[in-house]
Design a protein around this ligand. Structure first.
Ligand code: GLN
Ligand code: ZN
Length: 756
C-alpha cells in the first residue's frame, strides 16, 4: 500500500497568531486560557488542512507553545532544581520560566535554560539540563490531549515524540564528566508507559524522532541506540513506531539501525544519496517512509524526478507499505504561498511552502498508486521546472576567477598597517552595531508608510551616527564603527541591495519561541548593481580623524540565513555572493575606508552534521571568504567576526581565511576557547570578547582586566585586540555606555602594566 505523511507542520499559525498571543500573555494582556485557545485553533486548523490535503499520517503533538525539546523536558519531568524550588511556578508559568528565565519569590534571578541551534538549522531549542539526581517523572498530558483533541474532530493522528537518545544527547550536565546519556535506563520505562497510554487512547502509530541517528555516533551513542532497540523489542503493548531521522545520512549508522525493532523507518532522501545498501537489508515488512519533498527549502518539487526515485526503490525492494513524506518536519518552511501577494510572478510559480508541499505529496501518491504513472498535473509541473531551468536568472555564464591570496603575507601587511594607523598596544574596538532603539526601528516603519521621506530618514540616521562616533571618540576607542543604524537586519540589508533575491511578506519561520524570521529567497544569479554601504561608510569616516570600520556581512552568512536555490551547488551561489562583497570592498577602499570588517557569524553552523562532509564545506566556505576579502590592498586591514567559541575543530580553516584581525566570543566561556590557541599558533591578530553583550549586566573593569590577563597567557600582547563579544544592537544605551567605559578602563590598566 502507498500512503502519505507529514512529519510536522509550521506551528506559529498562518498569520503568526501564536507569536502575538504569546507576547500578549507575557505582558499579562491575555489569560492563559486565551493563549491556550489560540494554540488549540492553530492545531485544529492544521489538522483540518492536512486532512483536506489527503495526508494519511497526520502529526499531533508537533505543536508547541515555545519549543518541542522544552516540551520533552516537561514530559519527562526534567525540570531544573532552580525552578522546582519555586512551587508557585506552575503550568505555563513554569514552562515559560524555563524558557525565558524568571525571578524567585525571594527576588533572585532564575536564569533561563540555555538555548542553542537545532542540528544544522536556524531553529533554536532549550538545552535539557540532566544530572545524576534529575528526578524523571512522566507527564503525558500534552501528547495525550493533542491526540484526543484531533480525534474529537474525527481526525486520526500520529503523535510525534522526541526520542530518548537524541533528547539526552542534546542535554548537558552541570557536573563535569557526567554524561546525560547515562540516564537512558531511567527514561526507557517512561517512554514505555507513554507508548502504552497513547495506545490505550487509540493511537495506532507514533513518530519517534531520533535525528541523532543522522550524526556521527561515538561508541556510547551506538550503545544507547542498541539499548533503546533491545528494550522495545521486548515490549508489545505499544503503538507501531515510525523511527524518524533527518538532516544527515542515516546510512552511516546502518549497523545500529538494522537492530531497530520498530515497524517503520523514515529516510531523508535529500541527505542520504544512496539508501540502497540499507534498504536492501531491511525486512520487506518495514513500513518505509521516503522523504522526497524538501522540508528545508521552498522550491517546487520536481514531481517526475521524485516519482522516479520512488519507483526505483519500489522496483528494487518491493516494500509492503510505502509512505511518501517530506524530508523532515516542515517547521523550517513558511506555511502558505497563497498568502504572498508581492513576490515576482515569475519566481512565485517556482515555490512551494508547507501547504503546497503537502499538495505535491498527495499528487505523488496518486501517481504512485496508479502503478507509478504520472498524473496530468505532472506535465504542468514539468513545464514550470523546465522554465525555471531555462530562466535567464539562472544563466550563470563563466564563473569569474579571483585571486584568493592577499598581495603580501600577514607580517608584511601588519607592518604597513602599523605605519598607516599607528594603533596603540591592545587596540580597542567594537563589533559594529550600537543599540537599535525603538525610535530607530520606527523611523524605518514611518519611511515605509510614507510618514517621513527619504531625506528625513537619512538625516535622522546621520544624527544617530554622529552621536555614536562622538561617544566612541570621547571614551577613547581606537577603531570606531558607525553603529549599523540603517540596517533592518545584517543579511536582509544586503539581500535587498543585491539582484537574485526575493522577499516574502508572510514567509515567517520560527527561530525560537515567539521569534520568527523571514529568510530572503535566493532565486537567481547574485549581482551587485551598485555600492551597498559606501555612502554611509564615507559619511561616518568624514566625521572623525580616527579610523571607522566599513561593515559587511560575509558571503557564507548571507547564504546560510537565506533560502538557497537548489539548482546549483550551494558553493556556487556562495561564490557569487562573495564576488559581490569583493566589489564592495574595492569600492569602500576607493572611498577611503582603510579598515573593513566582513562578519561571518554563520560560518560554523554551515558545517554538515557528519564529519565526512566537513572538509569539502570548509574548503569552499573559506574560499568564499577569500574571494570577498583577498582583493584588498595590503594597507587595508580586514577584520572578521564570529560569535561563538567552539574553535578547536575548525581553527585551521579560520587561519586560512587570513583576516588581519578576528574578533570572537569568549567572555561567557571565561576564555576557555583559548585552549584552541594554545595548541594552534594563530598567526594573525585576534580579539577574544571581554564583555558579554548577551547579558544586561554591566561588566566591571576588574573582571575584564582578569579576562585580558587570561588571554595574554596564550596570545602575545602584540596580537591582542580588546572588544565586546558581539554587536550591541540588542542592548540599551544605559547598559552600553558604562560597559564600554569600563572596557576602556580595563584596557588602560593592562596597557599600563605592560609598559612598566
Ligand atoms: N556587525 C554585526 C553587529 O555588530 C555582527 C552581528 C553578529 O555577529 N551576529 O551586530
Ligand atoms: Zn557576533
Amino acid at each position: 500500500m502507498i500512503y502519505t505523511s507529514n512529519l510536522g507542520i509550521p506551528r506559529i499559525g498562518a498569520n503568526r497568531e501564536l507569536k502575538f498571543a504569546l507576547e500578549k500573555y507575557w505582558k499579562n494582556q491575555i489569560t492563559a486560557q486565551a493563549l491556550r485557545e489560540t494554540g488549540a485553533v492553530i492545531q485544529k486548523n492544521n489538522w483540518i488542512l492536512q486532512k483536506e490535503l489527503g495526508v494519511d499520517f497526520i502529526p499531533s503533538n508537533d505543536f508547541s507553545y515555545y519549543d518541542h525539546v522544552l516540551d520533552t523536558s516537561i514530559l519527562l519531568g526534567a525540570i531544573p532544581n532552580r525552578f522546582l524550588n519555586e512551587p508557585e511556578l506552575k503550568d505555563l508559568d513554569l514552562y515559560f520560566a524555563m524558557a525565558r528565565g524568571a525571578r524567585s519569590k525571594a527576588g533572585q534571578v532564575l536564569p533561563a535554560m540555555e538555548m542553542t541551534k537545532w542540528f544544522n538549522t536556524n531553529y533554536h531549542f532549550l538545552v535539557p539540563e540532566i544530572n545524576d539526581n534529575t528526578r524523571f517523572k512522566l507527564d503525558a498530558s500534552k501528547p495525550l490531549n493533542a491526540y484526543r483533541a484531533a480525534r474529537d474532530l474525527g481526525i486520526e493522528t500520529r503523535p510525534v515524540l522526541l526520542g530518548p537518545v537524541t533528547y539526552l544527547l542534546l542535554g548537558k550536565s552541570e557536573k563535569e564528566g557526567f554524561s546525560p546519556l547515562s540516564r537512558l535506563g531511567d527514561l526507557l520505562p517512561l517512554y514505555s508507559q507513554l507508548f502504552g497510554e497513547l495506545a490505550a487512547a487509540g493511537a495506532a502509530w507514533i513518530q519517534l524522532d531520533e535525528p541523532a541517528l543522522c550524526t556521527d555516533l561515538d561508541s556510547s551513542g551506538n550503545a544507547a541506540y542498541l539499548e533503546l532497540f533491545s528494550y522495545f523489542s521486548r515490549i508489545s503493548n505499544r503503538p507501531k513506531i515510525m523511527l524518524a531521522s533527518y538532516f544527515g545520512d542515516l546510512t552511516a549508522n546502518a549497523e545500529v539501525i538494522l537492530r531497530s525493532p520498530f515497524e517503520g523507518l523514515h529516510i531523508d532522501l535529500f541527505n542520504c544519496l544512496d539508501p540502497d545498501p540499507l534498504l536492501k537489508r531491511l525486512d520487506k515488512k518495514t513500513t518505509i517512509s521516503l522523504g522526497v519533498v524538501d522540508g528545508r527549502n521552498v522550491w517546487k518539487n520536481d514531481l517526475g524526478k521524485s516519482l522516479g526515485v520512488l519507483k526505483t526503490i519500489q522496483d528494487r525492494h518491493a516494500f509492503n507499505d510505502l509512505i511518501i513524506a517530506p524530508s523532515c518536519s516542515m517547521l523550517h518552511v513558511p506555511q502558505d504561498l497563497e498568502l504572498e501577494n508581492n513576490l515576482p510572478a515569475e519566481v512565485a510559480v517556482w515555490l512551494a511552502f508547507a501547504r503546497q508541499k503537502l499538495g505535491e505529496i498527495a499528487e505523488l501518491k496518486k501517481a504512485a498508486s496508479l502503478d507509478f504513472t504520472p498524473t496530468p498535473a505532472f506535465a504542468d509541473n514539468r513545464k514550470i521546472i523546465q522554465k525555471r531551468a531555462d530562466s535567464l536568472h539562472n544563466n550563470a555564464g563563466e564563473d569569474a576567477s579571483f585571486s584568493l591570496k592577499r598581495n603580501s603575507p600577514f607580517a608584511v601587511r601588519k607592518a604597513i598597517q602599523k605605519r598607516k594607523y599607528n594603533l596603540p598596544l591592545l587596540p580597542a574596538t567594537t563589533i559594529g552595531s550600537f543599540p537599535q532603539t525603538i525610535e530607530i526601528r520606527s523611523l524605518r516603519s514611518r519611511l515605509q508608510k510614507n510618514e517621513i521621506d527619504e531625506a528625513q530618514y537619512q538625516a535622522a540616521i546621520k544624527a544617530e551616527i554622529e552621536k555614536t562616533i562622538r561617544f566612541q571618540e570621547q571614551i577613547g576607542l581606537d577603531v570606531l564603527v558607525h553603529g549599523e543604524f540603517e540596517r533592518n537586519d545584517m543579511v536582509q540589508y544586503f539581500a535587498e541591495k543585491l539582484e537574485g533575491f526575493a522577499f516574502t511578506e508572510n514567509g515567517w519561520v520560527q527561530s525560537f519561541g515567539s521569534r520568527c524570521v523571514r529568510p530572503p529567497i535566493i532565486y537567481g544569479n547574485v549581482n551587485r548593481p551598485e555600492p551597498m554601504t559606501v555612502d554611509w561608510a564615507a559619511y561616518s569616516q568624514s566625521l572623525t580623524q580616527k579610523p571607522v570600520k566599513g561593515m559587511l556581512t560575509g558571503p557564507v552568512t548571507i547564504l546560510q540565513w537565506s533560502f538557497v536555490r537548489d539548482d546549483q551547488p550551494r558553493s556556487q551561489t556562495c561564490r557569487q555572493i562573495a564576488a559581490a562583497i569583493r566589489a564592495e570592498v574595492a569600492d569602500l577602499e576607493k572611498a577611503g575606508i582603510g579598515i573593513i570588517q566582513i562578519d561571518e557569524p554563520a560560518l560554523r553552523e554551515g558545517l554538515p552534521l557528519q564529519k565526512k562532509g566537513w572538509e569539502e564545506y570548509l574548503k569552499w566556505a573559506v574560499e568564499c571568504f577569500q574571494i570577498a576579502s583577498a582583493g584588498a590592498r595590503d594597507a587595508t586591514q580586514i577584520h572578521t567576526h564570529m560569535c561563538y567559541a567552539e574553535f578547536n575543530d575548525i581553527i585551521e580553516a579560520i587561519g586560512r581565511m587570513d583576516a588581519d584581525v578576528i574578533s570572537i566570543e569568549a567572555s561567557r566561556s571565561k576564555m576557555d576557547l583559548l585552549e584552541a590557541f594554545e595548541k594552534y599558533h594563530y598567526p594573525n591578530d585576534i580579539g577574544p570578547g571581554v564583555y558579554d553583550i548577551h547579558s544586561p549586566n554591566v561588566p566591571e573593569a576588574n573582571e575584564m582586566v582578569q579576562l585580558i590577563h587570561n588571554a595574554l597567557k596564550v596570545i602575545p600582547a602584540g596580537q591582542l585586540w580588546i572588544n565586546p563579544d558581539c554587536g550591541l544592537k540588542t542592548r540599551r544605551w544605559e547598559e552600553v555606555i558604562p560597559s564600554l567605559e569600563n572596557m576602556i578602563e580595563a584596557v588602560n590598566i593592562v596597557r599600563a602594566e605592560l609598559n612598566q
